[in-house]
Design a protein around this ligand. Structure first.
Ligand SMILES: C[S@@+](CC[C@H](N)C(=O)[O-])C[C@H]1O[C@@H](n2cnc3c(N)ncnc32)[C@H](O)[C@@H]1O
Length: 214
Protein backbone atom coordinates (compact mmCIF):
# COMPACT_ATOMS: atom_id res chain seq x y z
CA UNK A 1 0.00 0.00 0.00
CA UNK A 2 1.36 3.47 -0.87
CA UNK A 3 1.21 6.39 1.57
CA UNK A 4 -1.44 8.06 -0.61
CA UNK A 5 -3.61 4.91 -0.52
CA UNK A 6 -3.21 4.75 3.27
CA UNK A 7 -4.16 8.42 3.72
CA UNK A 8 -7.15 8.12 1.36
CA UNK A 9 -8.50 5.07 3.19
CA UNK A 10 -8.13 6.74 6.61
CA UNK A 11 -9.69 9.97 5.34
CA UNK A 12 -12.68 8.12 3.82
CA UNK A 13 -13.21 6.15 7.05
CA UNK A 14 -13.34 9.31 9.17
CA UNK A 15 -15.42 11.18 6.58
CA UNK A 16 -18.03 8.41 7.00
CA UNK A 17 -17.75 8.53 10.78
CA UNK A 18 -17.92 12.33 11.14
CA UNK A 19 -21.71 12.75 11.71
CA UNK A 20 -21.72 10.29 14.66
CA UNK A 21 -18.17 10.66 16.02
CA UNK A 22 -19.24 12.82 18.96
CA UNK A 23 -21.54 10.02 20.18
CA UNK A 24 -18.40 8.38 21.60
CA UNK A 25 -18.41 8.97 25.35
CA UNK A 26 -14.85 7.64 25.41
CA UNK A 27 -13.55 10.34 23.04
CA UNK A 28 -15.53 13.09 24.80
CA UNK A 29 -14.22 11.96 28.19
CA UNK A 30 -10.66 11.69 26.93
CA UNK A 31 -10.73 15.22 25.48
CA UNK A 32 -11.85 16.56 28.87
CA UNK A 33 -9.09 14.57 30.61
CA UNK A 34 -6.45 15.90 28.20
CA UNK A 35 -7.54 19.51 28.81
CA UNK A 36 -7.49 18.97 32.59
CA UNK A 37 -4.02 17.38 32.30
CA UNK A 38 -2.72 20.32 30.24
CA UNK A 39 -4.16 22.96 32.57
CA UNK A 40 -2.62 21.20 35.59
CA UNK A 41 0.89 21.95 34.24
CA UNK A 42 2.61 25.08 35.52
CA UNK A 43 4.71 24.90 32.34
CA UNK A 44 1.60 25.54 30.27
CA UNK A 45 0.51 28.68 32.12
CA UNK A 46 1.70 31.08 29.42
CA UNK A 47 0.15 29.27 26.47
CA UNK A 48 -1.40 31.67 23.92
CA UNK A 49 -1.64 29.52 20.79
CA UNK A 50 -2.60 25.85 20.59
CA UNK A 51 -2.40 23.58 17.55
CA UNK A 52 -4.43 20.36 17.72
CA UNK A 53 -3.14 17.83 15.17
CA UNK A 54 -5.70 15.25 13.96
CA UNK A 55 -8.32 17.41 15.64
CA UNK A 56 -11.25 15.42 14.24
CA UNK A 57 -14.47 17.17 15.29
CA UNK A 58 -12.45 19.47 17.56
CA UNK A 59 -13.29 17.75 20.85
CA UNK A 60 -9.91 18.65 22.40
CA UNK A 61 -10.08 22.30 21.31
CA UNK A 62 -13.66 22.46 22.60
CA UNK A 63 -12.48 21.07 25.95
CA UNK A 64 -9.80 23.78 26.08
CA UNK A 65 -12.44 26.42 25.36
CA UNK A 66 -14.71 24.94 28.04
CA UNK A 67 -11.80 25.26 30.50
CA UNK A 68 -11.82 29.00 29.82
CA UNK A 69 -8.80 29.02 27.50
CA UNK A 70 -8.98 32.34 25.64
CA UNK A 71 -5.96 31.99 23.33
CA UNK A 72 -5.90 31.11 19.64
CA UNK A 73 -7.26 27.66 18.69
CA UNK A 74 -6.01 25.96 15.52
CA UNK A 75 -6.77 22.44 14.33
CA UNK A 76 -5.77 20.32 11.35
CA UNK A 77 -7.26 17.04 10.15
CA UNK A 78 -7.10 14.87 7.07
CA UNK A 79 -10.88 14.43 6.88
CA UNK A 80 -12.90 17.32 5.40
CA UNK A 81 -16.10 16.08 7.07
CA UNK A 82 -14.51 15.88 10.50
CA UNK A 83 -13.29 19.46 9.95
CA UNK A 84 -16.82 20.52 8.88
CA UNK A 85 -18.10 19.22 12.25
CA UNK A 86 -15.29 21.00 14.10
CA UNK A 87 -16.16 24.28 12.35
CA UNK A 88 -19.80 24.01 13.48
CA UNK A 89 -18.66 23.84 17.11
CA UNK A 90 -15.69 26.21 17.00
CA UNK A 91 -16.62 29.25 14.91
CA UNK A 92 -13.66 31.27 16.20
CA UNK A 93 -11.00 28.64 15.50
CA UNK A 94 -8.77 28.19 12.46
CA UNK A 95 -9.56 24.70 11.16
CA UNK A 96 -7.68 23.32 8.19
CA UNK A 97 -7.82 20.12 6.13
CA UNK A 98 -4.23 18.86 5.98
CA UNK A 99 -2.02 15.84 6.46
CA UNK A 100 -0.20 15.94 9.79
CA UNK A 101 3.20 15.78 8.08
CA UNK A 102 2.50 18.83 5.89
CA UNK A 103 1.67 21.71 8.21
CA UNK A 104 1.42 25.06 6.44
CA UNK A 105 2.52 27.05 9.49
CA UNK A 106 5.67 29.09 9.99
CA UNK A 107 8.38 27.86 12.34
CA UNK A 108 7.78 28.77 16.01
CA UNK A 109 4.04 29.58 15.61
CA UNK A 110 2.58 27.74 18.64
CA UNK A 111 3.14 27.32 22.38
CA UNK A 112 1.44 23.94 22.60
CA UNK A 113 0.72 21.10 20.16
CA UNK A 114 -1.83 18.46 21.12
CA UNK A 115 -2.44 15.15 19.36
CA UNK A 116 -5.03 12.82 20.83
CA UNK A 117 -5.51 9.28 19.41
CA UNK A 118 -4.08 10.36 16.07
CA UNK A 119 -0.48 9.14 15.98
CA UNK A 120 -1.33 5.44 15.52
CA UNK A 121 -3.04 6.29 12.21
CA UNK A 122 -0.18 8.17 10.55
CA UNK A 123 2.01 6.31 8.04
CA UNK A 124 4.97 8.42 9.22
CA UNK A 125 4.45 9.51 12.85
CA UNK A 126 8.15 10.44 13.13
CA UNK A 127 7.69 13.05 10.38
CA UNK A 128 4.58 14.43 12.11
CA UNK A 129 6.41 14.72 15.44
CA UNK A 130 9.31 16.50 13.72
CA UNK A 131 6.75 19.01 12.43
CA UNK A 132 5.63 19.70 16.03
CA UNK A 133 9.20 20.57 16.94
CA UNK A 134 9.38 22.92 13.96
CA UNK A 135 6.13 24.81 14.64
CA UNK A 136 6.63 25.06 18.42
CA UNK A 137 8.25 28.10 19.97
CA UNK A 138 11.36 27.61 22.12
CA UNK A 139 10.28 25.93 25.38
CA UNK A 140 7.07 24.81 23.67
CA UNK A 141 5.33 21.64 24.79
CA UNK A 142 3.28 18.88 23.24
CA UNK A 143 0.55 16.81 24.88
CA UNK A 144 -0.31 13.42 23.41
CA UNK A 145 -2.81 10.70 24.22
CA UNK A 146 -2.02 7.21 22.90
CA UNK A 147 -3.40 3.74 23.58
CA UNK A 148 -1.62 1.58 26.17
CA UNK A 149 -4.35 -0.96 25.62
CA UNK A 150 -6.79 -0.84 22.68
CA UNK A 151 -9.94 -2.95 22.57
CA UNK A 152 -10.95 -3.24 18.86
CA UNK A 153 -14.45 -4.38 19.80
CA UNK A 154 -15.09 -0.90 21.26
CA UNK A 155 -13.83 0.84 18.09
CA UNK A 156 -15.65 -0.95 15.28
CA UNK A 157 -15.83 2.25 13.19
CA UNK A 158 -12.04 2.75 13.37
CA UNK A 159 -9.86 1.86 10.37
CA UNK A 160 -8.93 -1.85 10.21
CA UNK A 161 -5.78 -3.20 11.91
CA UNK A 162 -3.52 -2.69 8.85
CA UNK A 163 -4.02 1.07 9.20
CA UNK A 164 -3.14 1.22 12.90
CA UNK A 165 0.22 0.89 14.67
CA UNK A 166 0.11 1.54 18.40
CA UNK A 167 3.50 -0.02 19.14
CA UNK A 168 5.69 3.15 19.01
CA UNK A 169 3.47 4.83 21.67
CA UNK A 170 2.12 1.97 23.81
CA UNK A 171 4.38 2.53 26.85
CA UNK A 172 6.24 5.48 28.36
CA UNK A 173 9.52 3.92 27.18
CA UNK A 174 8.33 3.41 23.59
CA UNK A 175 6.90 6.94 23.46
CA UNK A 176 10.16 8.40 24.82
CA UNK A 177 12.18 6.53 22.14
CA UNK A 178 9.79 7.66 19.42
CA UNK A 179 9.82 11.39 20.27
CA UNK A 180 13.53 11.70 21.14
CA UNK A 181 14.83 12.08 17.54
CA UNK A 182 12.68 15.23 17.18
CA UNK A 183 14.18 16.70 20.36
CA UNK A 184 11.40 15.87 22.85
CA UNK A 185 11.59 14.20 26.24
CA UNK A 186 8.63 12.87 28.23
CA UNK A 187 8.12 15.37 31.06
CA UNK A 188 4.95 14.09 32.75
CA UNK A 189 2.41 11.30 32.24
CA UNK A 190 -0.98 10.14 33.43
CA UNK A 191 -2.92 6.96 32.72
CA UNK A 192 -6.58 7.33 31.76
CA UNK A 193 -8.95 4.38 31.55
CA UNK A 194 -12.37 3.90 29.98
CA UNK A 195 -13.63 0.32 30.06
CA UNK A 196 -11.03 -1.88 28.35
CA UNK A 197 -9.28 1.11 26.78
CA UNK A 198 -6.26 2.37 28.67
CA UNK A 199 -4.55 5.53 27.47
CA UNK A 200 -1.28 7.29 28.18
CA UNK A 201 -1.57 11.08 28.38
CA UNK A 202 1.90 12.62 28.15
CA UNK A 203 3.46 16.06 28.24
CA UNK A 204 6.49 16.30 25.95
CA UNK A 205 9.10 19.01 26.43
CA UNK A 206 11.57 20.20 23.84
CA UNK A 207 15.12 20.01 25.10
CA UNK A 208 16.43 23.46 26.10
CA UNK A 209 18.68 23.45 23.05
CA UNK A 210 15.55 23.20 20.89
CA UNK A 211 14.77 20.62 18.26
CA UNK A 212 17.40 19.28 15.96
CA UNK A 213 16.99 21.09 12.63
CA UNK A 214 17.90 19.40 9.39
C1 LIG B 1 -9.66 8.80 16.55
S1 LIG B 1 -9.79 10.36 15.74
C2 LIG B 1 -9.27 11.50 17.03
C3 LIG B 1 -9.85 12.88 16.82
C4 LIG B 1 -9.59 13.86 17.97
N1 LIG B 1 -8.17 14.07 18.18
C5 LIG B 1 -10.26 13.40 19.23
O1 LIG B 1 -9.57 13.20 20.24
O2 LIG B 1 -11.48 13.25 19.23
C6 LIG B 1 -8.39 10.36 14.66
C7 LIG B 1 -8.35 11.54 13.71
O3 LIG B 1 -7.07 11.54 13.05
C8 LIG B 1 -7.26 12.03 11.74
N2 LIG B 1 -6.10 11.67 10.94
C9 LIG B 1 -5.71 10.41 10.61
N3 LIG B 1 -4.59 10.45 9.87
C10 LIG B 1 -4.27 11.75 9.73
C11 LIG B 1 -3.21 12.44 9.07
N4 LIG B 1 -2.26 11.77 8.41
N5 LIG B 1 -3.17 13.79 9.14
C12 LIG B 1 -4.15 14.48 9.81
N6 LIG B 1 -5.16 13.89 10.44
C13 LIG B 1 -5.23 12.54 10.41
C14 LIG B 1 -8.56 11.37 11.31
O4 LIG B 1 -9.13 11.98 10.18
C15 LIG B 1 -9.38 11.49 12.59
O5 LIG B 1 -10.15 12.68 12.61
Amino acid sequence: MTDDEHLRAVRDRFDDRAPTYDDSAMHRGLAAAVAAFAFASAELDGVDAVLDVATGTGLVLRAFRDHGFAGALTGVDLSPRMIDEARRHLPGAELIVADATRLAFADASFDLVTCVTGLQLFPHPDAAIAEWARVLRPRGRAVTATFLSFDPSRHRAAPPPGFLDHSPFDSVEHLADTVAPAGFRVARTETWTDGADELLIAELALSSAGAPRS
